[in-house]
Design a protein. Structure first.
Length: 249
């Protein structure tokens, strides 16, 4: 199914029958991707004295409870409510779902004991392109990103200047294949989060950060359309399913 998207300066076509899923599914398993020192997600049937929500065990339907943390257990999209005292819901603030996006690939740079993504790296990768969303794939990019246990591993992260650059570049939606855009243990500073959402100025309520994506190696760097769908949780973050569509022309 070919869809035509009219922008101010160009007309693009995408094939809706060829989605590129960059989300990581949530599974009730110790092999599920994990961070932030919590146990694995759990999916289990409702049980009462007289009934079980499991067909295999004799129930008439499968009727499961799901226990998980959106920040720790898979692809999720968050709003500024993640770091503010005032409650902000991603469901209330994300009102558009299709965005002109760019996929870039970076190799985090060694800085002391850390691996960081710098402003200069992003400047080189993005150049003078104007995009609404940026999707950052880090190298190395093995499939084990889908079940990595990140707690206490000090994963790569964005420098504050890099987040400011993206904000000033007009990027409203930042997606990355790491558990956080900030350093795992930073004393609660969350410099990149604060910089991207501009918490010291006019807060960008409609801007989002999506973490724990996985961009397969066969997805080339370049321009795409992003469909950013979330579950309608009234919470600072929600599980999400970002989908890319290659631009036909």
């Amino acid at each position: 199914m070919i869809c035509t998207i009219q922008r101010k300066t160009a007309k693009h076509q995408i094939d809706l029958s060829k989605p590129l899923d960059i989300s990581i599914p949530l599974r009730a398993s110790k092999d599920n991707v994990n961070a932030w020192y919590v146990d694995e997600p759990k999916i289990f049937p409702v049980r009462t004295d007289e009934w079980v929500g499991n067909v295999k065990e004799g129930g008439d339907v499968n009727f499961n409870n799901i226990h998980f943390n959106p920040h720790a257990h898979g692809t999720h999209t968050e709003c500024v409510g993640h770091i503010t005292e005032e409650i902000h819901s991603v469901n209330e603030n994300l009102k558009r779902f299709f965005f002109y996006a760019e996929v870039i690939t970076v190799v985090p740079e060694k800085q002391g004991e850390d691996n960081i993504i710098s402003k200069k790296q992003l400047q080189i990768a993005i150049g003078n392109k104007k995009r609404e969303a940026i999707i950052i794939r880090t190298l190395p990019n093995f499939r084990d990103k889908k079940n990595m246990q990140y707690s206490h591993t000090n994963p790569p992260y964005l420098m504050e200047a890099a987040a400011i650059y993206l904000r000033e570049k007009g990027i409203d939606h930042l997606l990355i294949d790491l558990p956080s855009i900030d350093k795992e243990k930073d004393g609660g500073d969350l410099l990149a989060h604060n910089a991207f959402w501009n918490t010291d100025g006019e807060i960008r309520l409609d801007a989002t950060i999506t973490e724990f994506i996985y961009v397969a190696n066969n997805i080339e760097d370049g321009a795409y359309y992003l469909n950013l769908q979330i579950a309608p949780f009234e919470n600072d973050a929600s599980p999400s399913k970002p989908i890319l569509y290659k631009i036909q022309k």
